[in-house]
Design a protein around this ligand. Structure first.
Ligand SMILES: Cc1cc2nc3c(=O)[nH]c(=O)nc-3n(C[C@H](O)[C@H](O)[C@H](O)COP(=O)(O)OP(=O)(O)OC[C@H]3O[C@@H](n4cnc5c(N)ncnc54)[C@H](O)[C@@H]3O)c2cc1C
Length: 463
């Protein structure tokens, strides 16, 4: 994430947008015009997205027109759905906002088709009447397409793997301005690049993907006082490793402010949450979580048999836009010494400025390659660590760097494309192996010869 709070608007371009306006079902807005701020302002308010113009796309044809216009005028094009993964340098001159691509159809036999602007929440609600669910992430507030193009690792990852492996088809506009339907057999190179490669190879307009049968789940989070955190996590490490694949678990060190929306037991103090989603028999899930409940006094118990529509209870991520820093790493192990080091830097009494430090347990179906190759390179990682702080706090990023340095012995050197969006050489090298980078560069050069898509630019700068 870039924290340049005064990024310049790219207004010194000798371009008028009338010809583009005439071709759109949607609209174009330039800075100062009504509609511009609402479309460019990302969920992460710390990231300035200041393109020269924003296209409010309503149809796939609008995206084709915008990409062709950008190519014809020497502009770059970026894409944004919600701005949960905003990165200033990816805005491009012409930002294509996909909120208006809002089709959402659930097929009762177990798959869905969604437009690029659709958030998980809408799909969860549309699928629930059929007892179906999508393999979403920790919050249903992000777009399905943005999430899935980065792999997509959620609270059922150990049972069902990453959502990129559930894709049947993309509809996409590549940098050459062509609209294509992409499946394992039609443009298999793009099918590879779009599952993990984010928006480097194209702007997705619609996605078709498989759902899972999941009317209910046993799970949520149980919370402990910070003073018990180290003891609980000591037990959690062995417990998590012994869990069957029906369980996906993580823990979080919360330091939540005393705000009305924060449950009183968690407000204004350091607490530890242990989360679990159990996709098997609820009684067995309860029995397993009871083993953690028994370790120390539970100050808030929010785990139970729930309808799938309550999946957001598991991580309890914030929904309202906010200015945050959210760097992450991946680990190949999390032994007792790693836990000790984590608590020394980010535990109770450490002076940590982070709102939350989260450790997710991986493995299971997450670790297995899907039926078709992807640009997601992190199946071998065993844990993910994420630190979220307030962007206005100058301690947040240096502290996260200190935390990650103390875990360096177990750091894989990688990061999920969704947690460290690739936008330049160094960030791309953390997201992808050398082989994947080389393949992405080749695919981008084929489908975007002029370099219209801003997200593909890092592939041109690779050695
Ligand atoms: C609170 C929170 C919780 C999260 N939890 C998880 C989680 O559990 N698991 C996980 O994997 N990730 C998670 N993420 C990361 C999230 O998946 C990424 O930030 C993702 O990029 C969000 O997609 P978006 O479209 O909503 O965001 P945007 O900021 O709108 O898009 C970010 C990027 O996604 C790509 N993209 C978006 N739309 C398109 C498109 N139409 N075509 C091609 N590329 C596109 C582009 O590269 C774009 O720059 C979380 C993020 C937040 C803030």
């Amino acid at each position: 994430m870039t924290l340049t709070l005064d990024a310049p608007v790219a207004t010194d371009l000798d371009v008028t947008y009338d010809a583009l306006r005439d071709r759109l079902t949607g609209a174009v807005h330039t800075p100062g015009e009504a509609g511009y701020d609402a479309l460019v302002t990302p969920w992460n308010l710390a990231v300035p997205m200041r393109p020269a113009a924003v296209v409010d796309a309503r149809t796939a044809e609008d995206v084709v027109a915008a990409v062709r216009f950008a190519g014809a005028h020497g502009l770059t094009a970026g894409v944004q759905a919600t701005g949960h993964g905003a990165e200033s340098s990816l805005a491009g001159h012409l930002l294509i906002a996909t909120k208006g691509l809002d089709e959402c159809t659930v097929h009762p036999e177990g798959w869905a088709r969604v437009g690029a602007g659709v958030k998980w929440l809408r799909l969860v609600q549309a699928a629930a009447p059929y007892g179906l669910a999508g393999v979403n992430g920790s919050t249903t507030d992000v777009s399905i397409v943005g999430y899935t193009t980065g792999g997509g690792v959620g609270p059922m990852a150990r049972t069902f793997g990453i959502n990129a492996d559930r894709v049947r088809a993309f509809e996409v506009v590549t940098g050459d301005g062509e609209f294509r339907r992409v499946t394992p057999t039609e443009y298999p190179d793009l099918f590879f690049a779009l599952r993990g490669g984010k928006g480097a190879a194209g702007i997705v307009t619609a996605l078709e993907f498989d759902l899972v049968r999941m009317p209910t789940f046993y799970g949520g989070a149980i919370y402990f006082d910070g003073a018990d955190a180290a003891t609980v996590v000591d037990r959690w490490r062995d417990w998590a490793d012994a869990l069957p694949e029906q369980a996906t678990t993580s823990f979080v060190v919360f330091q939540l402010p005393p705000l009305p929306e924060v449950p009183p037991p968690l407000a204004g103090r350091t607490t530890l949450g242990v989360r679990m989603v159990w996709t098997g028999d609820p009684a067995e899930g309860e029995r397993l979580l009871d083993q953690i409940r028994a370790v120390a006094p539970v100050i808030l118990d929010d785990a139970m048999l729930r309808p799938y529509t309550e999946i957001d209870h598991v991580h309890a991520d914030p929904v309202d836009p906010m200015p945050v820093t959210d760097p992450a790493i991946l680990l190949h192990g999390f032994p007792a010494e790693a836990a000790e080091r984590l608590f020394a830097v980010a535990g109770p009494g450490s002076g940590s400025p982070q709102l939350m430090v989260e450790v997710r347990h991986l493995g299971g179906a997450y670790a297995r390659e899907g039926a078709h190759p992807t640009a997601f390179d992190h199946r071998a990682a065993r844990f993910s660590v994420l630190a979220v702080g307030m962007a206005a706090d100058p301690r947040a990023l240096p502290h996260a760097a200190e935390l990650f340095a103390t875990l360096a012995d177990w750091d894989t050197g990688g990061v999920w494309p969704n947690f460290g969006i690739p936008h330049d050489g160094p960030s791309a090298r953390r997201c992808y192996s050398e082989a994947t980078l080389a393949r992405l560069a080749e695919i981008v050069a084929t489908y975007d010869p002029l370099g219209v898509l801003q997200a593909g630019h890092y592939t041109r700068a690779l050695d």
